[in-house]
Design a protein around this ligand. Structure first.
Ligand SMILES: *[C@@H]1O[C@H](CO)[C@@H](O)[C@H](O)[C@H]1NC(C)=O
Ligand SMILES: *[C@@H]1O[C@H](CO)[C@@H](O)[C@H](O)[C@H]1NC(C)=O
Ligand SMILES: *[C@@H]1O[C@H](CO)[C@@H](O)[C@H](O)[C@H]1NC(C)=O
Ligand SMILES: *[C@@H]1O[C@H](CO)[C@@H](O)[C@H](O)[C@H]1NC(C)=O
Ligand SMILES: *[C@@H]1O[C@H](CO)[C@@H](O)[C@H](O)[C@H]1NC(C)=O
Ligand SMILES: *[C@@H]1O[C@H](CO)[C@@H](O)[C@H](O)[C@H]1NC(C)=O
Length: 340
């Protein structure tokens, strides 16, 4: 074979492979498009208009991000960009679009921090410092368990307590990367928030308003159904009455009924009983009893069972097999997690 023939052959090979390349590439892109979620849906002319608008504002946000990655909000820590995300055109668009369901919400973290903060203006709320930590609780007359003082009085004396409260009811900090270096640190901070907030939101009138507001905040985002996971904490009255278990579920059911009267197009909410994972066998059998009582009293509302708490520290679910198989028949769903 002389050199000329070889070169001609090479050139031929090359043009063949390039030609294959572009055809394969086009085919690959087409195949991928045909597998994208929703690719088989044909939009109506009106939907086309809406879709064009969404793609336009989405592309604008991408373009800004390509020009300067600091403009691309998902590339930064959520704490730092949350406010900007909420004012983004794409977010505002998605907020209005009808959405199905919020399928994973835990009882103690379902309202905005602004609403939580506002709750601290209710009357009869007392504050004290125990070991340097702020505590809050409603009393008609406080007991001697701490140096309880009306929060309103403390506020008058020193309005900066508001900054302290604001900083204690959320995980948001200016330096999340250094403040929370490990999962354990963020769990500890999270549990501190719950310690402060739980006695506020488990005062019965607040408990009801809190759940109502949670539904309202979903509704404002056009979410029409919720599955709530809840511990069923003890809920108290100022006169010392304490509700638990089935009674607390009853409070949810009543609030939900009222909410559906006020917003008839809201589809509803269901409940997944989710007590603490760090339980011994005796406690776990109590969970089974509570669940059965709940299911009997509110068969349509109570649909599932789950365990809450830091997964790495609690027992794996295989330690609770007798309890779980005992309740299996009475439920729509048991939440099996990564520690099964
Ligand atoms: C909290 O209270 C302020 C002042 O009364 C009010 O403007 C704001 O709408 C309230 N926010 C929520 C979420 O309740
Ligand atoms: C307060 O701190 C002391 C000493 O660290 C500890 O023994 C006590 O249990 C703490 N009290 C509370 C209510 O956390
Ligand atoms: C004070 O009241 C709280 C809340 O009801 C209760 O947990 C605590 O045991 C009481 N402490 C005393 C000393 O009465
Ligand atoms: C109790 O709290 C009040 C209000 O903060 C404060 O003035 C007072 O010194 C405290 N008493 C004790 C014994 O710490
Ligand atoms: C305590 O208050 C609740 C709510 O107002 C009321 O239903 C209940 O009867 C009261 N209990 C007592 C013992 O006064
Ligand atoms: C519960 O009892 C079973 C069987 O005796 C045991 O294997 C399991 O570790 C126990 N679970 C817990 C959480 O102690």
């Amino acid at each position: 074979m002389n050199l000329t023939i070889l070169l001609v052959l090479l050139a031929f090979e090359c043009s063949v492979c390039l030609c294959d390349y572009w055809a394969d590439r086009a085919k690959l892109i087409e195949d991928e498009h045909s597998q994208i979620l929703g690719s088989s849906i044909t939009l109506t002319p009106k939907e086309e208009v809406v879709n064009k608008k969404l793609i336009k504002i989405k592309s604008d946000e991408y373009d800004k991000g390509f020009n300067n990655v600091l403009n691309f909000l998902p590339s930064q820590h959520f704490f730092k960009t949350k406010a900007q995300v909420e004012s983004s055109e794409v977010f505002k668009f998605i907020q209005k679009v009808p959405k199905g369901a919020d399928l994973h919400a835990h009882d103690s973290a379902i309202v905005s921090d602004q609403f939580l903060f506002n709750l601290t203006y209710r009357s009869n709320l007392y504050a004290c410092f125990q070991n340097g930590s702020l505590r809050l609780r409603f009393f008609s007359t406080p007991n001697l368990s701490c140096n309880w003082t009306l929060l309103a009085t403390l506020r008058q004396a020193d309005p900066s307590i508001n900054d302290l409260i604001r900083s204690r009811i959320t995980l948001v900090v200016d330096n999340p990367e250094t403040r929370y270096r490990t999962e354990r640190e963020i769990w500890a901070a999270f549990l501190n928030v719950l310690d402060l907030v739980t006695p506020v939101i488990t005062y019965r009138p607040v408990f009801e308003d809190y759940f109502y507001r949670a539904l309202e905040e979903l509704y404002e985002d056009n979410v029409i159904y919720m599955e709530l996971r809840g511990l069923l904490p003890q809920v108290y009255e100022l006169n010392g009455t304490v509700y638990d278990g089935v009674d607390v579920a009853g409070l949810y059911v009543n609030v939900l009924k009222k909410f559906k009267q006020d917003y008839p197009d809201f589809v509803g909410a269901k409940f997944i009983y989710t007590p603490l994972r760090s339980a011994d066998n005796v406690t776990a059998w109590k969970y089974v009893e509570t669940l059965k009582a709940l299911k009997k009293r509110y068969p349509d509302f109570v649909i599932g069972f789950d365990l809450a708490g830091e997964e790495e520290r609690g027992f794996p679910l295989k330690n609770f097999i007798p309890q779980l198989t005992n309740i299996q028949g009475s439920l729509v769903k048991i939440i099996y997690d990564k520690r099964l």
